[in-house]
Design a protein around this ligand. Sequence first.
Ligand code: LLP
Length: 430
Amino acid sequence: MENISVNSLGHLTFCGMDTLSVARDFGTPLYVMDEVSVRKECRKFKDSITEYYDGKGLVCYASKALCCVYMCRLIAEEGLGLDVSSAGEIYTALKAGFDPEKIVFHGNFKTDAELDYALENKIGRIEADGFGELRRLAALAAAKGVTANVLLRVKPGVDAHTHEFIQTGQIDSKFGVALENGEAFAAVKEALSYGSISLKCLGCHIGSQIFEIEPFCHTAEIMLEFAAKIKNELGYEVPELNLGGGFGIKYTQVDTPADTAECIKAVSARVKAKCKELGLDVPFIMLEPGRKIVGDKGLTLYTVGEVKEIPNVRTYVIADGGMTDNPRYMLYQAEYEVINASRADKPKDSTVTVCGRTCESGDKIGEGLKLQQTVPGDILAVLSTGAYNYSMSSNYNRIPKPAAVFIKDNRIITAVRRQTLDDVISNDVL
Ligand code: LLP
């Protein structure tokens, strides 16, 4: 992670601020974001599209990674678009004043009410994830007397999550329509038959936390071959191509993600070359990075409540948060680097399990973690928790959700305030 260091007191600093002071002033658990680095990453994406793709594209931040009004406003200020996947995310974006024309609405099932809401608010692109959704969308748009600008989600048959990515197996996915069995082509044909639908875009998303560049290039080529088939057989050139997100970040030392600019440079070159080969116009391109924009730009601070040493078994360092604010170890055995922020100048000479406080044995942040000697009252920093932490948090055990703050120019801005006990019961009918 960038912008972390150790000060003369031996405390971990983040963006030049003593994390112990931040924890004292804002409480723990606390999500802390580095706003300057988030903005820098946004610009990297945008500038790369300008430099390597002649600006003919839109980078849409995948808001599921971290969604709040503050974040949507920041993304709008940076001139990016937004990928949303529920009415809740649309509502958040609209509250932030986000231009609806730059929003792409995804999801493998959107209710009629959500589709209606998207049409009503003139959301720029609405994804059709299958035949059923296409038909519902066509009917809803027709009933409103409007045209829905549609993105058709295609399963390109690329599985990027294998050692050597492969081109099979992906037909078994709940997302989209498959290329290989003719479903996608039939869906395009049907989409073109509806007066209330304008097929603007072919879209795909091949996975998340991908380190290599080649799967993106290869997928782009497959999608363009499909676009060429549509052009040749149906006489329609789909003007846009959405390649989804999935750009990996470094959680621990073993992770080796590709550089954003390098990736866009390579994809742009391959898209242009393939279009030339196939006789297609170069499409307007969309990318949807989520994790890459925020993941390694934030950390979580916890206070250690107890340390439980079980001789010959293991040592539990018990934090005042856990699965309720970061369920990723539980869900994916995700690995994180953890630092004792109170003793960051000391060697990591103990091996511990950092666990949470809920009534679940599996409530862990990590096992076999190297950590400095730790005692109750110490502050822990779990690095690279900017993505899919706050957005996947829960109120299990009726634990209030933490606050999220952004550091910018030596100032700390509260983007999401800490929940109170009254917030926890706010939907209960008294
Ligand atoms: N576009 C679409 C259509 C997606 O489904 C996703 C993520 C993205 C973009 C953004 O992907 P990213 O650039 O962030 O990898 N909860 C999991 C990640 C689930 C990703 C789901 N879709 C995690 O914590 O690792």
